[in-house]
Every structure is written in C-alpha cells, then in structure tokens.
Design a protein around this ligand. Structure first.
Ligand code: F6P
Length: 750
C-alpha cells in the first residue's frame, strides 16, 4: 500500500507539472490569437468608416472627424481613438485618448515600421497601469497618406479568458489526478488482498509440511525462498517443538552429543569465594557471561575452567583446584586456574582489557598493545588450553571457549586434541577489518580463533566483520555460501548466536512481589511514595555510557521541570578493572558528575542521582529492577547487553519501561523498548520523559511483547542451537574421517 501511495503522490506531482506546462502553452497560443483578432477587428471597424473618413479628411472637418472617432469607440472593446496627420500632428481624438500616446510617436513608429503598404502597426502600451492594445491604420487620399488612425483596445477580456482557461485546465487535471489516484489505490488494495490470500495459502501449505503446494508462476520464486527459509529454521532448531528449557537442553545434549561432557573455558568464574571479616563469602560476579552461561552449565553439567580470582578461592577448592558448584545445588565442576600477579596483569588487565577491549568497542578509548602483555596472554592461553586437555575424558570433547580472553586457546586445544569440537563465542563486538588491523598480533589472534569448529558472535554484522578480517590478513579460503573459513583441511563456521538469559529466571522466582520490592527500595533510598524511579545497572565501564546516562537525567530535569523533586535515578555501579587508569578516571568522573547534578537540582532530602558504587548481588539487582518505573541501558557499544533482558524478565507485572541504546545487540531484538542514541541527550531525555508518562496500557503492551521475545529466545535456545550445530559438524567429521581413512587404506592396499 505504501508503494501505491508513493505512486499516487508521484502521479499527482507529475500531473500538476503537466498542467503547469500545458497552461503556459495554451496561454501563449491563445494570446497570439486574441491579438491577431484585435487587429482584424480594428481593420474591419476602420474599413466600415473609411469612405466617410476620406471625405471628412478632404474637407478638413475636424469636428466631424472627432464625431466619427466617437462613433467608432461605440464598439465595446475599443476604448479610445485618435487621428493624426502624416507629419505627426493630432487631427482629432476621443476624450479618453491618453496623452502619453502622442501622434508624433505613433506616426513615426508607423512609418518606420514595415507598415508602408497599408499594413497596420501594433503595440501594447501601458496606460495608467493597464495594458492596452494599440493598432495604427492608414487612411489614404489617392496615393497619399491622408492620416493615421489609432485605435486602442481594452485587453482585460484576454486576461479574463486566460484565467478561465487556466481554471478549466487545472480543474481537468485535478479531476484526472483524483480519478487516477482512486483507481490506483483501489487496484493496489484489491491486488494486495489477493496477494495476501495467496501468500497465506502458500505459507500455510509450507508450514503445514505440504511440499507440493501449487503456486502461480509469479509466486514460484517466493515459494522457493520460503521453503529454503523454513528448512533452515527447522535445521537450526533441531528436533522437538516448543520452547527451549533446561530440560530440553539436557535432552539435546544426550540425544545429539551422546551426553558428552561440556567443558567451558571462561576467564570469570561463576562463584568467587572472598574472605570478609574472617568469614568466607560467595559472590556472584557482575558479568553478562556468567549470567548467560551459569544456567547452561546447570543444565549440561561438566566443567567450568576459570581464573580463580577470589581471596578465599584456594582454600575452598581441592588439591586439583576443583570444587562442586553451585553451592547447595551442586551440579557441575568448577576448575580454577591460578595465575601469578604478572600473568593477571599482562593477560587480563593488559592485552585483554587495555588492548582487545577498546579495540573491539567503538567507545573512543585508545587500545594499548604491549609486547610484555602479549607474552603473558600467550602463556595464560596455553595454561588454560592445558587445563582443558587435563579435564577432557575423551579425545573428542566438547569445549566452549568464551570471549576475548582466549583467542589463542582454540588452536592450542586443537593441536593437542584434533578431534575436539570447539565452539568459541566472542561476547563483545568484532570491529571492521581496518580497525582490527591495529592489533600488532592480528594474524595470531585470527589464527588462534580458527582452531575452533564454530566461532559465534551476537550479530551477523560481527560475523561479517570477522570474515572480512580473515580475508584481509590471512591466507584462507572464504566459503561465503556457508559462511565458513577453510584452511588446509580445517573448516571453521562463523555464525550469529544472539545470547540471552535463562527463562524462567531463578532470581525472579525467588524475588518478592513487585509492590513489595518497590516499598523496600523506596524505604532504602528514602523516596516519597509518589516518587518516580529510574534504574541503571552496570559494571563501571566506559563502554556503558554511564556519564551520558546521568547527563540525560540532567537534561530531563532542565527540559521538564515537573520532574524536579519527583524523579530520581539510581545507578548500581559495580567497580570494575580499577587497576586500569581509564577505569579509575571513569569512577572519579561519574562521582563528580553525580555530585554536580545533585548540587544543581537536589534540595532537602531530594537527590536526582543516587549513585551506589558497589558490587550488588543478583537478589538486590532484581529488587531494583522490579521497583523502577524505567530502566535506562545507555551503552555506547555493546555486543548484546543482558541487563536489558534481565529487566524485562524481572517485570512479571508487565510494568516499567525500557529505554535502550541503539548501539546494543539487544536493540535488534527488543524493538518495543524506547530506542535512543545515548549521545543525543535531547533524544534520550525525551525518551525518559515519555517513559515516565507512558500510560499503563502501553507499558503493558510493550513489556508483554518483549517478554514473549526473551522467553522464547532464551539462553537454552542459544546454547541448544550451538550444540546442535556442533553435533552436526561432529557427524560430518566422523563421516569424512571414516571416508578418508578408508581411501588411505585402499590406497595402501593397492
Ligand atoms: O562483555 C564482555 C565481558 O567479558 C562479559 O562477558 C562480562 O560480562 C564482562 O565483560 C565482565 O568483565 P570482567 O570479567 O572483566 O569483569
């Protein structure tokens, strides 16, 4: 319909232009005709009076001449007349004859013009601001020019007729445009309806499994695409219908991977043991990676290999650095890897977080690459790869390598366990090839990752960037059809797997009802019952746009004074990577900014910004999600962002509004959030205002739709799709392995 509308608009504009051109042509032609008509009339009038004029001229009777002229002007369009002698002297004129049309000028023009053979001389003159048509005609006495008679014609009738023609023309074109528009819209509507019916029939047929659904020739290509698409989805989903759950994930593992143990390699451990006041406490780190993978491990069991970073980690693990987790619900192993101070500094703070992290995020921080960091990065990747090999209890384990900390580990594992199925998932964005080229060890990083069977990213864009980087910097064959990189006999598939959270969420299950959460949070923060609350939850990282977020709140209060004294924004900010200067500066800047905004808009007990700079355990975070009117995720660049999805999961009451940065992977899925550019403070503050004023019904509609998305596209589906792809690859490798073994043995035998 939109196309039809566009066509109609183009048609109307085209017809209007055509009407304009036609009107100019018609007007010019008509004017020439009218002018010729005037001259002809003048000649006729004078011819009628010629005999009398000749006799009057012969008698030189000026009074009679004047009377004759007055008689001539009885014609309704002749407004004045004059007679001049051949030497330019006035002989007689009617009363209305204008003084500025002097006989001398007229006779001179007549004689100089090509009028000597009795032809009239014509001109258009301005008389008192009105155009008047002048015709000068000769009256001859024998061979001699007796006088020149000038007749002035009123031209207003021409203008009147022109105007009428114009109206008529435009009217006709407008009618034409209207009829054409109506016919087009009707035709579009009718064909749209029949297209719809035909497409629904075909889709129902394909989705209902009818392979041989008949389609008219114009629908054949579409039907082909739909079939391919349906086949691809069916392939991705594997067997089984309905929602992905932890149970379905377990079954998938049993069915497709013979219950093979899963080994996860991730820098961050899911449970950190800290010594606090002489007591050991367990922390759940603020990490999207942990949020996503922990439920997967609960479902799959197996081993999670991670850096043991807590102060009580050694004393809570056994001699092999292993322990069963989660505490109290033990279902998988956590294998800790101990790192020296130098290793942690070079590998984690250095190469990973001062090099790769800023390299991959468009957040205006310069990457720093040091050879000493790279050395530690290689060492630690080796250490983790060795640990994985120790943990593997077959020669073809399933290894899930997580994130930018372990770009080299896949190749290192592959060298020791060539038959392993290695899935790498990069939790952050992948930059374009030029930017990636900044990394001095770009080839090694790419080569290391290509040890994987599958490399996963959150979005297709990041997959494209990765493929382009390989294409730019390595000798490899790119199979664009399958989206794979082939080197010698090793093939690595590059695929998007948008990560998510568990659903149903166990933190939500154990949370108090939203009204109780609200009461508790309002009491904690000392807010009035009618206050409005916004929440932000992040590690204090410059990619999260915390400064932009607080500035948007400031802008909101500047632009919408009604929120002053009423709206507070609470930022739960977990300090992160504080060994790095940039993070320390960010901490200070955020603190100063919050203080400045509070100074500017706060009064009495009211603080617009409540900055809670500490690690918060998930039950607290979920309490805040459930208490807030709005949650603002303002990342400047983010692979996915699971805070957005957690907020949606927390809102069982279908209330609350999510304001979400356009630069997160989540913005592609949660389209019912208010999507903003966090750099544009006006846009972000307007979105905050809209969120705070949004009617409950609209909140519910938006939240319900986002909850449907997150519940369906949950983390079990994410893991399930990767594991099914892995199983498919394994089967293919086994088959091709057997085939090549057979060929080799036949070759030897012959
Ligand atoms: O987003 C990348 C990532 O590694 C996440 O997977 C994780 O949520 C976050 O950074 C945490 O970082 P760190 O482990 O350095 O605290």
């Amino acid at each position: 319909m939109r196309r039809a509308l566009r066509f109609v608009i183009a048609l109307v504009v085209g017809l209007a232009m055509l009407a304009g051109i036609a009107s100019v042509i018609v007007q010019n032609t008509a004017r020439t005709w009218f002018e010729k008509d005037i001259v002809l009339r003048s000649q006729l009038v004078l011819n009628g009076a010629r005999r009398e004029a000749v006799s009057i001229l012969k008698q030189d009777d000026r009074a009679a001449l004047r009377e004759l002229l007055v008689e001539i002007t009885q014609d309704e369009r002749i407004i004045a007349a004059a007679a001049c002698s051949k030497d330019g002297q006035p002989l007689a004129a009617t009363d209305d004859y204008p003084t500025n049309l002097a006989c001398a000028d007229i006779v001179k023009s007549y004689i100089e013009g090509d009028s000597s053979f009795g032809k009239p001389w014509t001109a258009i003159r301005d008389v008192l601001g009105v155009d008047v048509h002048v015709t000068a005609l000769p009256v001859t006495l024998g061979d001699d020019l007796g006088a020149v008679v000038t007749l002035l014609h009123d031209m207003s009738f021409i203008e009147r007729r022109e105007a009428k023609t114009r109206y008529f023309l435009f009217g006709t074109f407008a009618l034409l445009a209207f009829c054409a528009a109506v016919v087009t819209m009707l035709a579009a509507r009718l064909s749209w309806r029949s297209w719809n019916q035909e497409i629904s029939r075909l889709l129902n047929g394909v989705l209902g499994g009818k392979d041989r659904e008949e389609a008219s020739p114009e629908f054949q290509p579409l039907l082909k695409h739909v079939r391919e698409f349906a086949a691809r989805i069916a392939e991705q989903e594997g067997e089984g219908d309905g929602r992905w759950t932890n149970e379905r994930l377990k079954q998938t593992l049993r069915k497709h991977l013979e219950g093979e143990k899963v080994i996860i390699v991730a820098n961050r451990e899911p449970y950190i043991h800290e010594m606090k006041d002489g007591k050991v406490t367990v922390l759940h780190p603020a990490s999207g990676l942990v949020t996503a993978l922990e439920p997967v491990m609960r479902a799959c069991s197996g081993v999670w290999v991670a850096h043991g970073s807590g102060s009580a980690d050694r004393q809570t693990a056994d001699r092999q650095a292993r322990l069963r987790v989660p505490p109290g619900e033990e279902s998988y192993w956590l294998r800790r890897v101990w790192l020296s101070k130098e290793e942690e500094t070079g590998y984690y703070y250095g190469f990973s977080n001062e090099g790769l992290w800023p390299l991959c995020h468009v957040a205006h921080a310069r990457p720093t690459f040091r050879s000493s960091d790279w050395k530690q990065y290689v060492t630690v990747n080796k250490k983790f790869a060795e640990t994985v090999c120790q943990e593997a209890d077959s020669d073809e384990p399933i290894v899930l390598v997580q994130d930018y900390h372990f770009a080299l580990a896949p190749q290192m594992i592959r060298e020791r366990l060539p038959r392993a199925t290695i899935l790498s998932f990069w939790h952050i964005p992948w930059p374009n090839a030029e930017r990636f080229g900044i990394c001095p060890w770009r080839d090694e990083v790419l080569q290391g990752m290509l040890g994987s069977s599958i490399v996963g990213f959150h979005t297709q864009q990041h997959c494209n960037n990765f493929i382009d980087s390989v294409d730019h910097y390595l000798e490899a064959r790119i199979d664009r059809e399958r989206f794979a990189v082939v080197q010698q006999r090793q093939q690595t598939m590059i695929k998007p797997y948008p990560i998510s959270i568990e659903w149903p969420n166990h933190w939500v299950k154990s949370a108090a009802p939203p009204a109780d959460c609200k009461a508790a949070v309002f009491a904690e923060l000392g807010l009035k019952p009618n206050a409005l609350l916004g929440v932000g939850v992040d590690r204090l990282d410059y990619t999260k746009g915390v400064e932009e977020r607080l500035s948007s709140v400031e802008r909101l209060l500047e632009r919408f004074p009604s929120f002053r004294g009423r709206f507070s924004f609470v930022q739960l900010a977990a300090p992160s990577r504080t060994v790095i200067d940039l993070y320390r500066e960010l901490n200070e800047n955020v603190e100063k900014l919050a203080a400045r905004i509070n100074e500017r808009f706060g009064h009495g007990d009211y603080r617009p910004i409540i900055l809670l700079r500490a690690h918060h355990e998930p039950p607290t975070v979920f309490r805040y999600y459930r208490a807030a009117d709005v949650c603002y995720v303002s990342s400047l660049h983010d692979g996915m962002n699971l805070v957005a999805k957690e907020f949606v999961a927390a809102r069982e009451d279908e209330r609350g509004v999510l304001v979400l940065s356009h630069f997160t992977g989540a913005a592609r899925e949660l389209t019912e959030a208010l999507i903003v550019n966090p750099y544009d403070l006006d846009e972000a503050s307007s979105a905050l205002a809209s969120a705070l004023m949004m009617p409950p019904q609209e909140q519910q509609d938006r939240m319900r739709s986002m909850r449907a998305i997150v519940s369906e596209f949950n983390v079990y589906r994410w893991a399930g799709r990767m594991l099914i792809d892995a199983a498919r690859l394994r089967r293919r490798h086994r088959l091709t392995g057997r085939l090549s073994e057979r060929i080799t043995s036949e070759e030897i035998a012959s």
